[in-house]
Design a protein around this ligand. Sequence first.
Ligand SMILES: Cc1cc2nc3c(=O)[nH]c(=O)nc-3n(C[C@H](O)[C@H](O)[C@H](O)COP(=O)(O)OP(=O)(O)OC[C@H]3O[C@@H](n4cnc5c(N)ncnc54)[C@H](O)[C@@H]3O)c2cc1C
Length: 458
Amino acid sequence: MSLSGGPVVVVGAGQAGSLLAIYLARQGHEVTMYESRPDLRRHDIDAGRSINLALATRGIVPLIDVGVIEHVDAITIPMRGRMVHVPDDPTPDLQPYGTQAHEVIHSVSRTDLNAILLDAAEATGTVTIEFDAQVESVDLDASMLRFVGGRAEPFGVVFGADGAGSRVRKAIAAKGAGTFKTEWLDHSYKELTLPPAADGTHRIDPNALHIWPRGQFMLIALANPEGDFTITLFAPTETFDQLATPEKVDAFFADELADFAAHVPDLADQFFENPTGPLGTLRATGWSFEDKAVIVGDAAHAIVPFHGQGMNAAMESARSLHAHMVANPDDLAAAFGAYETQRKPDADAIADMALQNYIEMRSGVIDPDYLAKRELALALEQRHPDHISPRYNMVMFSTMPYSEAMSRAAIQGEIISSAIADSTVDVDALVAELPALPALDALADPNALTNTPFPAGT
Ligand SMILES: Cc1cc2nc3c(=O)[nH]c(=O)nc-3n(C[C@H](O)[C@H](O)[C@H](O)COP(=O)(O)OP(=O)(O)OC[C@H]3O[C@@H](n4cnc5c(N)ncnc54)[C@H](O)[C@@H]3O)c2cc1C
C-alpha cells in the first residue's frame, strides 16, 4: 500500500525511526528508511564506548506493543534508585525511586536497543533500510529527497525521525507550516567510562543510578552489562572551557570527585579524547505539512537529558502517531494534525520538567527541604496510592500525559508544602480529595522487564 501516491519514507533509523517503521509496516505499508550513518549492527559507531540510556514505562510500552520486549529484557540492568555520593562520605546514600517493586528504571545500551529495533523492522519483510544515505534536503513541492552526493529519490509521504537537526523539520518550516528554535543551556556534557574491576565486576552498585551532586554541576553513572559504567559530567560550559590541560582536569576531579577519580586512572586522557556536547531544548510548532511530511521524536521535541525521557518520549510519540494514522486511515493530514494537537502540550511539559530536574539532581537530592518533601510524598503515595504519586514517578512509571503529570505535580506540591509549613494541615484529607490517578495504559505491564542480573542490595 502506498500513501499520497508514492513511496513511504522514514528519514533516520534511531529509536523513533526504527520503531515507527515497524508501526508503518504493521499498517500495511512498504517502507524505505534512510539513515546517514553506517549500520550500527556491523560498525562500531560509538568509537568503542558503551553509551547507555535510562528506559522507563513510556518507552517500555511501545517495545511491548511491537513484540521486542523479551529481547530488550536480555540487555537491561534495573536501577532501583539514586545512589547519592556526597563529598567526604565513603558511604553513598540510596534514595529508592518508589515504594513499589516495579518502580525501577532500566539502563540499556543505546546501540543494542537500536539494533533490536532495526532487526524487528527488517523482520517485518516490508521495511528496507539504506545506511550511509544522508538526506541533504527535502523538496516538498517536487516530493523528492535530495541526498549528499547528488542522488534524489521520490516520496509520497516522508516521516522525519532525523533527530534534533532534522532536515524534514526544516523543509516543513521553509513552507511556512512550522517554526522552531533551540534554547541552548549554558551547561554542556561529556561522557566518560568507569572501567570494570580487575575481576570484570562492577566497581560500584550496578543496580542504582549514581549521582555525585555538586551544586552547579554533577556526575552520573549508569551500569553496562560488561562491568563498566557510562559516566556523564554535566557542568557549566565555562567549567569545560577552564579544564584546558590534563593537570587542570586531574586537579578538578581530585578536588571535587575524589572517590570517583580513584577508580579511573586515565581520566585526563578520556576527557580530551571524548567530545563535549551542547544541551538544548527544541521548541517546534507545525509538526507536519499537508499529507506529505510529519516529524517525530527529537526532530519534533528534543529535550535536555535530566529526566532520562528523551528516548522514552520519542518512542511514545511514534506510538501516538501510529494510533492517529490508524484512527484516520483516509485523511493523513487530519491524522498528523491530531497527533500534534495531542502530543505538543506533552512535549512542552516534559521539556520543562527535564529542565527543572537538572536542579533537583545536581542540588535537590542533598537539600533537606527537598528530601523532607520527597519523603512525605512517598508516604502519602503509600497511604493513598490511587490519588497521589510523586512527580518523578508519574513521569517515569506511568503513561498519563506528561502535561497531566506536570499539572498534578503542581497541585500536589502545594499540598505538601502547606503540610510541611503547618503541622495542623490535614494532609490526608486534602490528598483524598485529589482526582483519582488514571489507569496505566492497557499494554503497560509493570513487570515486563524481569531481568535482574544482580540481586538487590549488592
Ligand atoms: C547525554 C544524553 C543522555 C541521554 N539520556 C537519556 C536517557 O537516559 N533516557 C532517555 O529516554 N533519553 C535520553 N537521552 C535522549 C535520547 O538520546 C534521545 O531523545 C533519543 O535518542 C531520540 O531518538 P530519535 O530517534 O528521535 O533521534 P536520534 O536518536 O537522534 O536518531 C536520529 C537518527 O537520524 C539519523 N539522521 C540524522 N540526520 C539525518 C539525515 N539528514 N539523513 C539521514 N539520517 C539522518 C541519525 O544518524 C540518527 O540515527 C539522552 C540524550 C543525551 C544527549
